[in-house]
Design a protein around this ligand. Structure first.
Ligand code: AMP
Length: 218
């Protein structure tokens, strides 16, 4: 049965980095609600303005909007053989919708928590930079680019910092996670669908653990 791999974990745990690595290995697309909302917020519509304000405040986009976006994206042909969810679900309503969607699509959910202690997360987020051309993710503390502030693959591109990776918004995002998203781990655990990997080491070691977990569970 094809799979929906759900990467769970707090903001800054490394879901995006791992989803990018895994999509090549598993030949499944990365479906990142954060990336979709970052693209959406650039539009000149009332919805874009609402999403922009919520993201800047470290709050969640409403469930109805998020669910619609995920439903539409995962109906695309490239998701037919499965996909990797990065940043979804984040609320109980989203988790319930995903269960329904998986049943409709004939897919099996496998949730993987990338576990990182709270005290490391803020520093990781504030240090995060990404390439505007290829999306490669760096960290000025943990995984710096070869040359200061430029992408290893696109030396013409200055790295960017996400607007919501500033100290204030980071704290709000961590609170939002603790209140609304962390409880979902219990839900997946109780359903026997959760696997935990240690997210504190090098991204390659974490990646190897995730690949081993995915292969070990069919
Ligand atoms: P991320 O890149 O996953 O950290 O997401 C960045 C921001 O996008 C979050 O702080 C939320 O404002 C919004 N967002 C991303 N995914 C979701 C989701 N599943 N539900 C609600 N809001 C989301």
């Amino acid at each position: 049965m094809s799979k929906i791999i759900v990467l769970m974990g707090a903001p800054g745990a490394g879901k995006g980095t791992q989803a990018r690595l895994l999509q090549e290995r598993l030949n499944l697309p990365q479906v990142s609600t954060g990336d979709m909302f970052r693209a959406l917020k650039e539009a000149h519509t009332p919805l874009a303005a609402e999403v922009r304000a919520l993201m800047a405040a470290g709050q969640l986009v409403p469930d109805d909007v998020t669910i619609r976006v995920v439903r539409e994206r995962t109906a695309q042909p490239d998701c037919r053989n499965g996909y990797i969810l990065d940043g979804f679900p984040r609320t109980p309503a989203q988790a319930a919708m995903l269960e329904k969607l998986a049943a409709e699509q004939g897919k099996q959910i496998q949730a993987i928590e990338i576990q990182v202690p709270l005290e490391l997360l803020a520093k990781r987020m504030v240090g995060r930079r990404n390439c505007p051309v290829c999306g490669e993710i760096y960290n000025i503390y943990g995984k710096p680019p070869r040359f200061d502030n430029v992408c290893d693959f696109h030396p013409e591109a200055q790295l960017l910092q996400r607007a919501d990776d500033n100290a204030n918004t980071v704290q709000a995002r961590l609170t939002t996670y603790e209140e609304q998203t962390r409880p979902l781990l219990d839900y997946y655990k109780a359903a026997g669908l959760l696997h935990v990997v240690d997210g504190t080491g090098e991204s390659e070691a974490i990646y190897n653990d995730i690949v081993a977990t995915v292969s070990a569970h069919g």
